[in-house]
Design a protein around this ligand. Sequence first.
Ligand code: SAM
Length: 256
Amino acid sequence: MALYQTRVEPKPSAPSIDAVEHALRRLYIAPSDEPGRALRDEDRKKVREVTALLEEVARIGRRRVVVEAASGHAYAGLLAAQLCSGIEALTLIEREPDRVAHARAAAERLGLIADVKEGDVDDAALWPEHPDLVIGLHACGPASDAIVEMAIAKEARWLLLVPCCYAKTVAFSAAAEARAEAIGIPRQAPIRRAFIEALIDAERTLRLEAAGYEVTVRELVPRSVSGHNLLWRCRKSGEAGRMAAARAQLGRLSEQ
Ligand SMILES: C[S@@+](CC[C@H](N)C(=O)[O-])C[C@H]1O[C@@H](n2cnc3c(N)ncnc32)[C@H](O)[C@@H]1O
C-alpha cells in the first residue's frame, strides 16, 4: 500500500525544529492557517520532543513499515511520515476513540494513507508483522510494557520508546516494591519512587536485551521539557552473549 495518495518529493532526513513547528502548526494547531497565532508552552514542548525523536527516526536506515503505538493524536508518527523520507506504511494504534478520530482527520489533511487502529496496544491483531520501527512516545504505565512485548513478538527491527508514568499497574511495580521493603529503602516518597522507577527501567532494559536488542538509554529532551524524558533506543541485533547475560541479570533482578 502506498502511503502517499499523491507523489511528493522525499523530505530531508532530519527535519529542523522550524520544519517540525511549521508542520505541527499546520496539522494540529491552526489547520485553517493562522500563521501569526502564538504557540502555547505545551505546543513548544511537543515541538522539541518530536524534533528530537525525528532525529532518531532519521538515523534509522530502512524505515518502510512504521508503527506508532499509544499514539494519541499521532504527532510523532504523522510528522515522521511527512518530514522523514522512506516511510511507506504507517500504523497508528490508540484506544481512545476521539484521539483516533483526530489522528484520522490529521492524516487526511496531510493526504497520507495511515492505518489508524482503534484498540489496545496489547492486541497483536492490530500490529503489522516485522515492522522496521516501533515508536512509543509517552506510553502510559503498562502501555510501555505492552509495546515492549509487541515489539519483541512482532520482531521489530527498531524500537524508540519514551515511557511515561510509572503507575502501580506496571507489571514489575509489585516486585520492585517488595525489593524496596526487603532491603530497607525508606518510605519517603521521592526516595522510594526513584528506587522503584529505577528497577522498572532496569527490568524493561534487561527484557529487551534478553530478547536480542541492543539498548541505549539517554535523555531525549531536558527534564525542563518533560519529566518523562528518557528514550530507550533499541536495535534488534540478536547478539547471543549479550542475550544470555541479560537473561541472567533479569533472573537476579527478579529474585526476592
Ligand atoms: C500521554 S498520551 C501520549 C500520546 C502521544 N504518543 C503523544 O506523545 O502525544 C498516551 C496515549 O496512550 C493511549 N493509551 C494508553 N494506554 C493504551 C493502551 N493500552 N492501548 C492503546 N492506547 C493506549 C492514551 O489513550 C493516550 O492517548
